[in-house]
Design a protein around this ligand. Structure first.
Ligand code: NAD
Ligand code: GLY
Length: 368
């Protein structure tokens, strides 16, 4: 496939997203660094390293770059201060200076960690996103949200810090387990649901993953995210729409114990619940569009029903801990129609609890 480009327009912090297969990472990274460095530190994890690290190193070395590596354990539970310090230690031991760069080779966990390390090492050095999961390709590698978790909250420590470039190579998806592909697909469906009815219709028109043109899907998501981020980098308004499904989703992730539901799976359920409340509360969404959203989630093997062990009150308790709660008012993203979302703080806590308890999408997850 021919390489495609999406530009993220952020003034002096603008950058390109390269989308293709068998990208020349070495050429693209050395070009972007414009001779400022001959040294990079690749950050990855124990699952991805045996699959892709050597090839990336050889490609970078062939373009005159010296590569140090930092290989972290795999898992959301390692997106923490200890891993962050390991990256710092590797950067110091390999004598990285301000002209050097970090490269995040991995999914959203590695991308968020490496981005935060780049934002803070010597007050900020360059970094590149080389996403290897669908979720990272369509969402986390773009837009500059970087973070680590605190034991008391997800993504509590972080910075907005943009990469020099994002290199999306579809070849990485060949080894990604189907459950992880589906989790990324939840974010893909999110873009259609909140911003682009035609894109939603495209996803709805396909009967399964085999029919999807993934290069088109990834490019469209990157375009939509780039447009939003260019208008509202620091999430003062528009960017909040990207959190559709996430407020309910985070409550499910926490309420069911981290790891039981993948982030994308919890977001999928959160989107179905938000759609149902959007319809039921007369926010605007029609019953037909609500059903269409749930059908698309099912088609791409995603869950859509609330785990039966979680009550409305359980949700509320978790949602009140969200970063976006102001004076006890929870921020929700609801749908006016498919392709048109809006932010609201107008739902009283008791009203949301009642909707959650009445929601017909509810099931027992035996194997979770
Ligand atoms: P992840 O990074 O944990 O990756 C999922 C799993 O797939 C891991 O086990 C990983 O080792 C494995 N893996 C990755 N690439 C692989 C490949 N090509 N082949 C085989 N296995 C592979 O999870 P994720 O879903 O990519 O990211 C979730 C994280 O992203 C969360 O921490 C979330 O907070 C964050 N996130 C950030 C943003 C943002 O804007 N910064 C947006 C959404 C999510
Ligand atoms: N993933 C939501 C955002 O980047 O704002």
């Amino acid at each position: 496939m021919t390489e495609q480009l999406v530009h993220v327009a952020l003034g002096a912090d603008s950058y390109d997203i390269h989308i293709g297969a068998h990208l020349s990472h070495g050429a693209l990274i050395s070009q972007a660094m414009q001779g400022k460095t001959h040294k990079v530190l690749i950050v990855t994890n124990e699952t991805i390293a045996p699959l892709y690290l050597q090839a990336l190193q050889e490609d970078l070395q062939a373009h005159g770059l010296t590569c140090a590596t930092c290989i972290l354990p795999d898992g959301e539970e390692f997106k923490n201060a200890e891993s962050y310090l390991k990256i710092m230690t590797a950067a110091i031991e390999h004598q990285l200076d301000r002209g050097c760069a970090l490269i995040a080779l991995g999914g959203g966990v590695i991308g968020d960690l490496t981005g935060f390390a780049a934002a803070t090492y010597q007050r900020g050095i360059a970094f590149f996103q080389v996403p290897t999961t669908l979720l990272a390709m369509v969402d986390s590698s773009v837009g500059g949200k970087t973070a680590i978790n605190h034991p008391q909250g997800k993504n509590m420590i972080g910075a907005f810090y943009q990469p020099q470039a994002v290199l999306i190579d579809l070849e990485f998806l060949k080894t990604l387990p189907p459950r992880q592909i589906a989790a990324g697909m939840a974010e893909v469906i999110k873009y259609g649901a909140i911003l682009d009815r035609a894109f939603f219709d495209y996803l709805q028109s396909k009967t399964n993953y085999g029919e999807l043109d993934l290069a088109y899907v990834i490019k469209r998501c990157c375009e939509l995210k780039a447009e939003v981020v260019a208008q509202d980098e620091k999430e003062h308004g528009l960017r909040a729409l990207l959190n559709f499904g996430h407020t309910f989703g985070h409550a499910i992730e926490v309420g069911m114990g981290f790891g039981n539901f993948l982030h994308g799976e919890a977001v999928a359920i959160g989107m179905a619940v938000a759609a149902w409340i959007s319809q039921e509360s007369k926010f605007g969404l029609s019953a037909a569009d609500c059903t269409a959203l749930v059908d698309v989630l099912k088609r791409y093997n995603l869950p859509y029903a609330i785990p039966d062990v979680l009550s409305g009150r359980d949700f509320l308790a978790h949602m009140l801990h969200d970063k976006k709660v102001k004076d006890g008012h929870i921020r929700y993203i609801m749908l006016k129609a498919l392709g048109q979302a809006a932010v609201t703080r107008d739902f009283a806590n008791d009203t949301i609890v009642a909707y959650l308890d009445a929601c017909p999408y509810r099931q027992h997850y035996a194997d979770k």
